[in-house]
Design a protein around this ligand. Structure first.
Ligand SMILES: *Cc1c(COP(=O)(O)O)cnc(C)c1O
Length: 431
């Protein structure tokens, strides 16, 4: 039988760099041929060979209801009939903004944009504009989109600022980006002692999903908050992945339970709030958000921002996941996947650790959970690649790189979880 995935990949590679429109889709980390998706429904998708997979990527997070949810489909179809884009305001933008603010009360105003990259980049500009400061802190292993100033790895020492992680990013542009180790309180305190008065913000993924799944510890988060407040820097939560995914109130609601009165100054959202359409957002207190054009001096704009079809998709998705019991059921299902995988790994004697929150999970072939990027990277990558391909051959699709998180949707059933654990148990035995 000809492999249509391979045929399509070869054809794609002639006209699209690497055959893909976003690098990790290319399977470079794990080897093999990317699966070209033909269609998806519920918790499954079918590739170009007609092979069915249980989908644990869900478009890297957005598909929290599963694919083709009837209420979302209906809303999108109806919106499309009324027009694709106007470049003028619509009532639905207000409704989506109100829905977001209702669940994430640290934000009093929100600006809608089209991608997480755009939202992160704009939030950084606003933090700099609102504070009148240029320097900021980010953490190794956190991804905030591919804006120049954010594509940075740690420099040689604390007093030095970062180095670009991509060609084409001029060193001058990352001169003000300080990259620290995640969960390292001592480094954070030293950095504030040196640069605190010059810092516009600390930008962080509170539950990081771009270095597998790593939580900021409660003491670390508490210290981030205290130091930002003390030095007048803004604490910016990048919840593009964790927002409306780990809880209805997003990751900040998880930290607010552990740290009384806790809230970030600004929040960046994407993925789930678009329900699979290009839509993202950033928001915060009125006094900060009013610094944005047209009311303030910080410029930001977008031809397709608040797109009527995307807002219909996002709004319906958020209303569905806000229904009583949705997150309880999603959390329980994700927990049962994690517990099942742990049990299967233990039975096969494979070192394994896993964690989850809401509908997001991660696992590593390490006996202990990782606390930072360097620890994640000690996970056995040849073994991960074997596991990845074993699961794929068994009809289970997880992220094709060990530094990515996984996602369960409301459409995954206990039977899907049981099937996944059964496939994994066989693969573990062969590792
Ligand atoms: C996905 C992601 C982004 C970038 O969003 P895009 O829509 O891919 O541009 C930014 N931050 C985090 C935490 C993400 O997971």
């Amino acid at each position: 039988m000809t492999d249509r995935n391979q045929t399509l990949f070869d054809r794609a590679a002639q006209v699209i760099p690497g055959g893909v429109n976003s690098p990790v889709r290319a399977f470079r980390a794990v080897g093999g041929t990317p699966r070209f998706v033909q269609r998806a429904q519920g918790a499954y998708f079918w590739d170009a060979n007609g092979q069915k997979y249980i989908d644990y990527i869900g478009s890297w997070g957005p598909m929290i209801l599963g694919h083709g949810h009837p209420a979302v489909l209906e809303a999108v179809q109806k919106a499309a009939l009324d027009g694709f884009s106007f470049g003028a305001p619509t009532e639905r933008e207000i409704e989506l903004a109100e829905e977001i603010l209702k669940h994430v009360p640290s934000m009093e105003m929100v600006r809608l944009v089209s991608s997480g990259t755009e939202a992160g980049m704009s939030a950084l500009r606003l933090a700099r504009g609102a504070t009148g400061r240029s320097k900021f802190i980010k953490f190794e292993g956190c991804y905030h989109g591919h804006a120049d100033a954010l594509l940075v790895k740690a420099g040689s020492g604390l007093a030095t600022f970062g180095n670009p992680t991509s060609a084409g990013v001029p060193p001058e542009v990352v001169r003000d980006t300080l990259v620290l180790e995640y969960n390292n309180i001592q480094q954070l305190e030293e950095a504030f002692a040196l640069h605190g008065k010059e810092l516009a913000c600390v930008m962080i993924e509170p539950i990081a999903g771009n270095m597998n799944f790593v939580r900021a510890s409660v003491p670390f988060m508490k210290r981030c908050r205290e130091l930002c407040t003390e030095y007048g820097a803004l604490l910016v939560f990048d919840e593009v992945m964790s927002g409306f995914r780990v809880a209805l109130g997003s990751a900040q609601s998880v930290y607010a339970k552990a740290i009384p009165g806790f809230k970030p100054d600004m929040t960046v959202l994407g993925k789930v709030i678009g329900g699979g359409m290009p839509l993202a957002a950033f928001g915060g207190p009125r006094e900060i958000m009013r610094q944005l054009a047209p009311t303030g001096p910080v410029y930001q704009a977008g031809t397709l921002s608040g797109n009527p079809v995307a807002t219909a998709c996002g709004l319906t998705t958020l209303r569905e996941i806000a229904k009583p019991g949705f997150f309880e059921a999603l959390s329980a299902r994700t927990q049962s996947l994690v517990d099942g995988l742990k049990g299967a790994a233990a039975a096969a004697g494979v070192p394994f650790s896993a964690d989850c929150q809401g509908g997001m999970f991660g696992f590593l072939l390490l006996p202990e959970l990782a606390q930072n990027y360097a620890q994640v990277m000690t996970s056995d990558s040849p073994k991960f690649n074997k596991l990845f391909h074993g699961l794929l051959d068994g009809g289970v699709y997880i992220a094709p790189a060990l530094y990515e998180a996984g996602f369960v949707s409301g459409a995954h059933t206990e039977a899907d979880i049981a099937e996944t654990v059964r496939v994994a148990a066989d693969v573990f035995k062969s590792l």
